[in-house]
Write a protein that binds this ligand. Structure first.
Ligand code: MN3
Length: 208
C-alpha cells in the first residue's frame, strides 16, 4: 500500500477570506502531495510497513532506524498532519456541548484557552504545528511541535509526551504567507473563524 492524497470535502475557496483559494490549492496539491511522494518512496523498501495505516506508522516510527526514520518523520509526519488539518477546517461551526465544557474545565474559560493557543503559536520559532491534545488521563493540553512532528510520535521523537491530537494548526509559512505575508498573528487569530468544532468534538471521544 502506498499513501494517496485525500480529497478535500470542500472546494479550495471554501475558507475565504480566512484562507485564500490559491494557498489552499498549492498547500494541498503541491506541499501535501510532496510529503506523500517522499513517504511512499521510503515505504517501497520497508516491506513490513508498507501495509500499515498512517496512524500506526507514526506510532511505530521510533522502531524504524536510520535515514528511513528521518525521511518518514518528515514526510509521513507531513502526510498525517495535513490530513488532520484539512478536516479541522470548516466555516460556521459552533464550540458547544461537551467539548465546550471540557475546554472550560481544563483552561478555565474559552477565552483563556484561545489566548494560550495563540500565545503558543506566536512564540513558536520556525516551522511547526500547534496542537490541542488529549493525554491518557483525559486532560487537554496545548503544545507545539517542530517541522512535521506529531504528538503520536511520542517523546523520543517529537520531544512531547505521547498524546492524541484533537485540534491542530499549521504554522509553516507556506500555510499563510501568500495572504498574510509577515503577519503571522493575523493568520493565527483568523483561525478561530474556520475551526471545525464538529470534528474536534468527534475526536475528543476517540480512544488512542
Ligand atoms: Mn503545511
Amino acid at each position: 500500500m502506498t499513501f494517496t492524497l485525500p480529497t478535500l470535502s470542500y472546494p479550495y475557496n471554501a475558507l475565504e477570506p480566512f484562507i485564500d483559494e490559491e494557498t489552499m490549492k498549492i498547500h494541498h496539491t503541491k506541499h501535501h502531495q510532496t510529503y506523500i511522494n517522499n513517504a511512499n518512496s521510503v515505504l517501497k523498501n520497508l516491506e513490513q510497513y508498507n501495509k500499515t495505516s498512517i496512524e500506526k506508522l507514526i506510532k511505530e516510527l521510533k522502531n524504524i532506524t536510520g535515514q528511513s526514520q528521518t525521511t518518514l518523520r518528515n514526510n509521513a509526519g507531513g502526510h498525517i498532519n495535513h490530513t488532520l488539518f484539512w478536516k479541522m477546517l470548516k466555516k460556521n461551526t459552533t464550540l458547544e456541548g461537551q467539548l465546550k465544557n471540557v475546554i472550560e474545565y481544563n483552561f478555565n474559560s474559552i477565552h483563556a484557552f484561545k489566548e494560550q493557543f495563540e500565545k503558543c503559536a506566536i512564540n513558536k520559532f520556525g516551522s511547526g504545528w500547534i496542537w490541542l491534545v488529549k493525554k491518557h488521563d483525559n486532560t487537554l493540553h496545548i503544545i507545539s511541535t517542530s517541522n512535521q512532528d506529531n504528538p503520536l510520535m511520542g517523546k523520543e521523537i517529537s520531544g512531547e509526551d505521547y498524546s492524541y491530537p484533537i485540534l491542530c494548526l499549521d504554522i509553516w509559512e507556506h500555510a499563510y504567507y501568500l495572504k498574510y505575508r509577515n503577519n503571522k498573528i493575523n493568520y493565527i487569530q483568523s483561525f478561530w473563524n474556520i475551526v471545525n468544532w464538529e470534528e474536534v468534538s468527534r475526536r475528543l471521544n476517540d480512544s488512542f
